[in-house]
Structures are given as C-alpha cells and as structure tokens.
Design a protein around this ligand. Structure first.
Ligand SMILES: Cc1cc2nc3c(=O)[nH]c(=O)nc-3n(C[C@H](O)[C@H](O)[C@H](O)COP(=O)(O)O)c2cc1C
Length: 168
C-alpha cells in the first residue's frame, strides 16, 4: 500500500499529527501552503480565515507535488475553521477527484467537534471522490489539547492507522 498524508496547518498542531501519522505509515507528506498566506495574528486571523471557511471559499495554494495515481490510501488533515474544513483543504478537495482510494480524514480543533470531518466528507462526495454520502472511510478527531499529550496521541494514531488498514 502506498500512503500519502496531505495537510494544511497554520499553527502547527495539524502538522504535528500529520507528521506522526506519515511516519507510522511510511507515507509521503504533502504540505498545503496558502499563497497569499492567511493572517496569523489579531482579529484578521479569525475574521478572514473564519469567513472564508464558513462560505466554503478556496484558498490560493503555493505549488505542491501530488499525483493521485501514486497512492492507494489518501489521508487528508485539516484544522477546523468556523466549524468546517480550512480554505486550503477546500482547494485541494476541489482540485482532485480521488476515486478508488481508501480515504482517511484527520481534524484538529479547539473544541473537538466533528464539523470539519463532516464537511470534508460532504465535499469528497460532492466532488465525486466518494460514491455515496455514507461511503466508508476512517477518521481521527483530535483537540489541540489531546494532540499535545504524547501518550494519548500515539494511542489514537495507532488506532486510526489500524482501522485504516482494515478498511475495505
Ligand atoms: C480562522 C480560524 C477558525 C477556527 N474555528 C474553530 C472552530 O470553529 N472550532 C474550533 O474548535 N476551533 C477553531 N479554530 C481553532 C483551530 O481549529 C485549532 O487551533 C487547530 O488546532 C489549529 O490547527 P493548526 O495548529 O494546525 O493550525 C479556528 C482557528 C482559526 C485560525
């Protein structure tokens, strides 16, 4: 099985988890970077990023290397913004139709709510990657706090990778 982990991360939490998952699965790691970048401080951080996510806008991305033909399993990792996927992930989901792949989803958030996972699943379905709205995939939902607990995150990642391996 060839694995790839594609992630966007503004403050490093998603990056940390994506990197650990990629290491465990010997996966290629692809980082999505917004160009221009989103504001990282002040009110603009939440106003610009939050409103773009809320309205399903797609960020402009710096060039990245990804050819879906190279992989059997695609893992997508995004922070939750305004209860949804990040605009960077929106762009990736729009640019690629990942048919006949096993899909894993990872979300990082402050609250641990599953809005980003639900949103990524919906967009995968609408774009044609998932054949049905409830097609099987595996997901990992972590809070920032959990991601900082080494033992907790290692156990959750092990469990996620095991479930992904068993996905039909
Ligand atoms: C623009 C913006 C909107 C956010 N919206 C939410 C939200 O709706 N719910 C939540 O629990 N966390 C929200 N967060 C917090 C991030 O999901 C959380 O800090 C996450 O760990 C960030 O991941 P990162 O460090 O990889 O960027 C938001 C953060 C930003 C920057």
């Amino acid at each position: 099985m060839n694995y790839v982990v594609v992630y966007y991360s503004m403050d490093g939490h998603t990056k940390g988890v994506a990197t650990k998952v990629a290491k465990k699965l010997s996966a290629k790691l692809v980082r999505l970077e917004c160009n221009p970048p989103y504001p990282k401080t002040g009110a603009a951080k939440f106003l610009k990023g939050g409103s773009d996510a809320l309205f399903d806008r797609q960020a402009k991305l710096a060039p990245y290397e990804f050819d879906e033909r190279d992989f059997d399993v695609v893992i997508l990792a995004s922070p939750m913004w305004a209860g949804k996927a990040s605009p960077a992930m929106n762009r990736f989901l729009h640019e690629h139709v990942l048919t006949h792949k096993k899909i894993g989803l990872i979300s990082l958030s402050k609250s641990g709510r599953d809005g980003c996972l639900v949103d990524m699943r919906r967009k995968l379905y609408e774009r044609g990657t998932l054949p049905t709205a409830d097609a099987p995939l595996e997901s990992l939902n972590l809070t920032e706090e959990e991601s900082g607990n080494e033992a907790e995150v290692a156990g959750r990642i092990d469990n996620f990778c095991d479930r992904l391996g068993k996905l039909l």
